[in-house]
Design a protein around this ligand. Structure first.
Ligand code: NAD
Ligand code: UDX
Length: 391
C-alpha cells in the first residue's frame, strides 16, 4: 500500500497526484487504475462511456473502501461533453487512452476511426496546453507502419539486418500503404495527433509524453463475441483466438498468419506507464516504445502456442486441425493491409526510465488463458448448448 516515503528514480519524494484518465474503462485503463490504486496514493478521475472492466474498483463492498475513495467514475463521451475541460483543470495530469483501436474497424469504419483517434483527441490536447497540464497520450506502434525491409527483394540479405526492421522512435520513418488501403486510417490519425502534441510542446511548452504500445495483451482485453460483446464483432487477435479455443473451433490465420508481432504482458507494460507518471522530468518531451522485443512470433506460431497452452490450462485435448487459413478480404473486408514485423527499439525507455519487460510469451499466455478459461468457459458452454428457440 502507498506510503508517504515513496521516491522517484532520482530519489525525490513523489507527490500524490490527481489523474484525469480518459478511456479508464478499457483494457489498459482497467489495469492502470488497479495498479495505481493498489500501489500509489494517487487519485483517479476515471472517464469513459463504459465501466464494466473497473466495476470491481468502484464498488467499496467488493474492494477496500479506501481504494474506492480514490477513484471517481464519470460517464462521459469526450466527443461532446462540456465537463471535460473542468475535469482536466482539476487534475495534475491527464492520460488519454480513449480510441477506436481494433483493426476490424479501421477499414470498415474509417470515418469513426479518424474522428476517434484525431478529432476527438484535439480538445484534450488543447485543454492541457491552455491550462498548463501535463499530458500522457497513448499512440501506437502502428505509426511505424511497414518496415523498410518489407520493400526489399524477398531474398535480400539486408532483410536480416536490424537496421531494416527495428523500430526506433527518433529514427524510423512512418510507412503506410496507399489511401485505398483504409487499414492505415488509424495509424495516420495517430501519427497526426502525435505531431500536433509534439508541436504544442515545441511552440507552446506543453509537457507531454507519448506512449507507443507494441501489442500489450492480458486479461480483460476486448471481448468474447456473443458472450460479453457482439456476436459478429471482431476483437484483436488474443480475443479472437481465445474465442476459437473456448468454442473448440480452428483458429483463423489471416493470409496464412505470416505477419510477425512482439507481445508484451500487460502487467509489465503498466510498470513502464507508472514510471512515466511518477518521473515527469525523465518522461516529458519523450516518445516511448513500450514492448517486449524478446517475444517475437509469427501469428501462426502464436496460434500454435495458444493451442498448446490452452490445452494445458483447460485439460482439453487440442483439435486435430487446430488452425485454418482465411484471406484478409474474407476476414476483414476490402482495404485491409498489415504491418509485417514489429520489433521495438528499447534504447530510449531504458536510458530515461531504466525499464525492461520481464515476462516470456509462454508465461503470459499461461496466466492470460487461465483467466480466459476461468472467466468464459461456462458461459460459452451454456451459449453453445442452448436449444433452438421454439416460439
Ligand atoms: N492494447 C494495445 O496493445 C494497444 C496497442 C497500441 C495502442 N494502444 C492504444 O492504447 C489506448 C488504449 O487501448 P486499449 O487496448 O485499452 O483499448 P480499449 O478499447 O480497451 O480502451 C479504450 C477505452 O476508451 C473508451 N473510449 C473510446 N472513445 C471514447 C470517447 N469518445 N469518450 C470516452 N471514452 C471513450 C472506450 O470505451 C474504451 O473503454 C488506445 O489509444 C489504443 O490506440 C493499445
Ligand atoms: O483471428 C485472427 C485475428 C487476427 N489475426 C492477425 O493477427 C495479427 C494481429 O492482429 P491484432 O488484431 O492483434 O492487431 P494488430 O497487431 O494488427 O494491430 C494492433 O496493433 C496495435 C494497436 O494500435 C491496436 O491494438 C491494433 O491496431 C494481424 O496480422 C491479424 O491479421 C489473425 O490471423 N486471426
Amino acid at each position: 500500500m502507498a506510503s508517504s516515503t515513496r521516491v522517484d528514480l532520482d530519489g525525490n519524494p513523489i507527490k500524490p497526484l490527481t489523474i484525469c484518465m480518459i478511456g479508464a474503462g478499457g483494457f489498459i485503463g482497467s489495469h492502470l487504475c488497479e495498479k495505481l490504486l493498489a500501489e500509489t496514493p494517487h487519485k483517479i478521475l476515471a472517464l469513459d462511456v463504459y465501466n464494466d472492466k473497473i466495476k470491481h474498483l468502484l464498488e467499496p463492498e467488493h474492494g477496500s473502501p479506501t481504494l474506492a475513495d480514490r477513484i471517481q467514475f464519470h460517464r462521459i463521451n469526450i466527443k461532446h461533453d462540456s465537463r471535460l475541460e473542468g475535469l482536466i483543470k482539476m487534475s495534475d495530469l491527464t492520460i488519454n487512452l480513449a480510441a477506436i483501436c481494433t483493426p476490424a474497424d479501421y477499414n470498415t469504419r474509417p470515418l469513426d476511426t479518424i474522428y476517434s483517434n484525431f478529432i476527438d483527441a484535439l480538445p484534450v490536447v488543447k485543454y492541457c496546453s491552455e491550462n498548463n497540464k501535463r499530458l500522457i497520450h497513448f499512440s501506437t506502434c502502428e505509426v511505424y507502419g511497414k518496415t523498410i525491409g518489407s520493400f526489399l527483394p524477398k531474398d535480400s540479405p539486408l532483410r536480416q539486418d536490424p537496421e531494416y526492421y527495428v523500430l526506433k522512435e527518433d529514427a524510423s520513418p512512418c510507412i503506410f500503404g496507399p489511401i485505398e488501403k483504409q487499414r492505415w486510417s488509424y495509424a495516420c490519425a495517430k501519427q497526426l495527433i502525435e505531431r500536433l502534441i509534439y508541436a504544442e510542446g515545441a511552440e507552446n511548452g506543453l509537457e507531454f509524453t507519448i506512449v507507443r504500445p507494441f501489442n500489450w495483451i492480458g486479461p480483460r482485453m476486448d471481448f468474447i463475441p456473443g458472450i460479453d460483446g457482439p456476436s459478429e464483432g471482431v476483437p484483436r487477435v488474443l480475443a479472437c483466438f481465445s474465442n476459437n479455443l473456448l468454442r473448440r473451433e480452428p483458429l483463423k490465420l489471416v493470409d496464412g498468419g505470416q505477419s510477425q508481432r512482439t507481445f508484451i504482458y500487460i502487467k509489465d507494460a503498466i510498470e513502464a506507464v507508472q514510471l512515466m507518471i511518477e518521473n515527469p522530468a525523465r518522461a516529458n518531451g519523450h516518445i516511448f516504445n513500450v514492448g517486449n522485443p524478446n517475444n517475437e512470433v509469427t501469428v501462426k506460431q502464436l496460434a500454435e502456442m495458444m493451442t498448446e497452452v490452452y490445452s494445458k490450462v483447460s485439460s482439453e485435448t487440442p483439435l486435430e486441425v487446430p488452425t485454418i487459413d482465411v484471406s484478409s478480404k474474407e476476414f476483414y473486408g476490402v482495404g485491409y493491409d498489415d504491418s509485417d514485423k514489429r520489433i521495438p527499439d528499447m534504447t530510449i525507455i531504458n536510458k530515461q526510465l531504466g525499464w525492461n519487460p520481464k515476462t516470456s510469451l509462454w508465461d503470459l499466455l499461461e496466466s492470460t488463458l487461465t483467466y480466459q478459461h476461468r472467466t468464459y468457459s461456462e458461459a460459452v458452454k451454456k451459449a453453445t448448448s442452448k436449444p433452438a428457440s421454439t416460439s
